[in-house]
Design a protein. Structure first.
Length: 251
């Protein structure tokens, strides 16, 4: 499930393979932008902002959001292109394919920041500000903790996985009010640490044990024993939001 660390890692891969190269193919498969062709222009920058990714080419900026199932696939050899592809970029032998992207749009480069102006401090960005993030989190004390952590206007980069893991390590139920968190600064700093330590991994780890099946505390472990106390992990879902918790360790 793509979250801020996945998008940061994706941007790093695209940056290493595309920046400084001239596009030899640009095939946008979104009707609104189907006539856009950036062939012949050089890729200048690739950057991430929370869960958003920008590829800056000439005077344009390719803005994408992976949502639940999207990905960018990059390789020297041809990458498979099927009906799920939303954009295909080639620079010589390098091909990058945006697959199942939740958002894909071509923006004016000097205005692309407008698309992410609403976001809170980026957990993996140079502008990370734990004080502001903590203040944003505490601004609505009666709000459910999970809801606040998932609000990208509070801080940018947390998705379902990190939300559930953060609630567990803080000892609070996802439904607990924000006011139950005695030290918001510590919580947002812990969130930063989690994403920072996982920014070069595709398979994230929050327990410190990178062995298969042991990387996470509660996420995806419904009915299994809590790693701390042995109590079966609880589970609930509402739309595309899912919650996992330990009924004993979290209050």
């Amino acid at each position: 499930m793509p979250e801020g660390d996945t998008v940061w890692h994706t941007a790093a891969v695209l940056r290493a393979r595309l920046v400084g190269r001239t596009l030899t193919r640009c095939d946008v498969r979104v009707p609104r932008y189907a006539t856009v062709d950036l062939t012949g222009q050089a890729v200048d920058e690739v950057l991430s902002r929370g869960k958003h990714l920008f590829i800056r080419v000439g005077r344009a900026s390719i803005h994408s959001h992976l949502k639940m199932d999207g990905s960018w696939r990059v390789a020297d050899r041809p990458v498979r292109v099927d009906h799920r592809a939303r954009i295909v970029l080639e620079a010589g032998a390098v091909r990058a394919v945006g697959v199942d992207l939740g958002v894909l749009e071509i923006l004016e480069r000097d205005r692309d920041g407008d698309a992410v102006a609403h976001l809170g401090p980026d957990l993996l960005g140079e502008d990370w500000d734990p004080g502001l993030a903590a203040a944003n989190l505490a601004a609505e004390p009666d709000r459910a903790l999970a809801e606040a952590l998932l609000d990208q206007r509070v801080l940018a980069g947390i998705g379902n996985v990190y939300c559930n893991e953060l609630c567990f390590v803080s000892g609070h139920l996802p439904s607990a009010p924000v006011s139950a968190v005695s030290d918001p600064h510590r919580l947002v700093s812990r969130a930063r640490d989690m994403l920072w330590l996982n920014r070069f991994r595709w398979n994230r780890c929050t327990t410190g044990d990178t062995r298969t099946g042991r990387q996470l505390w509660v996420y995806g472990r419904a009915g299994q024993s809590c790693r701390r106390c042995g109590t079966p992990i609880g589970y609930d879902s509402a739309g595309d939001r899912v919650t996992y918790w330990c009924p004993s360790c979290q209050r």
